[in-house]
Design a protein around this ligand. Structure first.
Ligand code: CAA
Ligand code: NAD
Length: 284
């Protein structure tokens, strides 16, 4: 696969990190968001992340400028028509994702791989919305994308070995380590992570301990970089709820049933860092 230009659909928390990482990897990027205000949000996230990378000596100012110049922003999906690879990172909603995959399948060249950054949605279902199910796969990055080294590649029922090989080679050029998983809700990481995060919310509901003590216990007792409630705020409570609901719908196991507190917090707009309030409060 000869990749020069990568399309990224969605520039939220994950999409903006993917755009930044792919541009840093030397590729041109065409980034699509739904409207100008969402484009501005994506640009702001990349600006902040670049500033952090600069501060920590990961890139130079010149590199940051070169990276930014590689990114073309659009609100029009047809502007992705000449891309050599497309990565979708819109909200975790099967119907919305299927619409995007079906449109991308009409717009792009037939051999172009359409990859999804989904955390839990079925890759086989997304592939079925296209005319090229063998060229559809999961490419699951981790948050924050420029920092986290892992990419999970997910093989849908019809995904070809060539598609996985092409994506593995591409991920390598971004300095990521690849693991592969079958098309199972949650793949590898979220299969384990989601029940753990939901249990932490239940612990708050049941008043087992304060949220601070739950986080401190896991940070110091298990050497995790973030305790579960801080991590929930970081991932986004809405995204975690979407993921849990998809996994519960698919597997019908109580361990994936979202606790009422999580649903209530999302209804109240407490989405975590991105909204300024989740389990903790943040200056946005
Ligand atoms: N670009 C490049 N590098 C950056 C950067 C950026 N924007 N920001 C930070 N870094 C680098 C730093 O230079 C540093 O690198 P070195 O170790 O080589 O010095 C490293 O990243 C850590 O940065 P800091 O020490 O400045 O930041 P920190 O200590 O506050 O750590 C964190 C921040 C990386 C987010 C850390 O708290 C962490 O790892 N948290 C856990 C994150 C996690 O678990 N993510 C997975 C979420 S689940 C998911 O994504 C799947 C899903 O489907 C829901
Ligand atoms: P987010 O809410 O931060 O961003 C979603 C973005 O998609 C928004 O900016 C929204 O405007 C945009 N969008 C919606 N419909 C669109 C469309 N039709 N075209 C273009 N853009 C559109 O969500 P996120 O956390 O970035 O999650 C995105 C995807 O990545 C989800 O599938 C999620 O499961 C997955 N994921 C999330 C995390 C995480 O830690 N948050 C980690 C790995 C994977």
């Amino acid at each position: 696969m000869d990749v020069k230009t990568v399309g990224v659909v969605g520039a939220g928390l994950m999409g903006s990190g993917i755009i930044e990482t792919v541009a840093r990897g030397g590729y041109d990027v065409v980034a699509r968001e739904i409207d100008e205000s969402a484009v501005a949000g994506g640009k702001k996230r990349i600006e902040r992340s670049n500033a952090r990378a600069l501060e920590r000596g990961k890139i130079t100012e010149e590199q940051a400028n070169v990276e930014n110049a590689r990114i073309t922003w659009t609100t029009n999906l047809t502007d992705l028509k000449d891309c050599d690879l497309v990565i979708e990172a819109i909200v975790e909603n099967l119907d919305m994702k299927k619409d995007i995959f079906s449109e991308l399948s009409r717009i792009t060249r037939p051999e172009v791989i359409l990859a999804s950054n989904t955390s839990s949605v079925s890759i086989t279902a997304l592939a079925a919305a296209t005319e090229r199910p063998d060229r559809v796969a999961g490419m699951h990055f981790f948050n924050p994308v420029p920092v986290m080294k892992l990419v999970e590649l997910v093989q849908g029922l019809q995904t070809s070995q060539q598609t996985l090989d092409d994506l593995r080679a591409f991920a390598g050029t971004l300095d990521k380590t690849v693991v592969t998983a079958k098309d199972t809700p949650g793949f590898i990481v979220n299969y384990l992570l989601v029940p753990y995060l939901l249990e932490a919310v239940k612990m708050v509901e049941d008043n087992v301990a304060s949220k601070e003590d739950i986080d401190t216990a896991i940070e110091l007792g298990l050497s995790h970089r973030m305790g579960p409630l801080t991590l929930l705020d970081f991932v986004g409570l809405d995204t975690t709820l979407f993921i849990a609901d998809v996994m519960f719908e698919e597997l019908r196991q109580p361990k994936y049933a979202a606790p009422p507190l999580l649903r209530k917090m999302v209804t109240a707009g407490y989405l975590g860092r991105k909204s300024g309030r989740g389990f903790y409060e943040y200056n946005t």
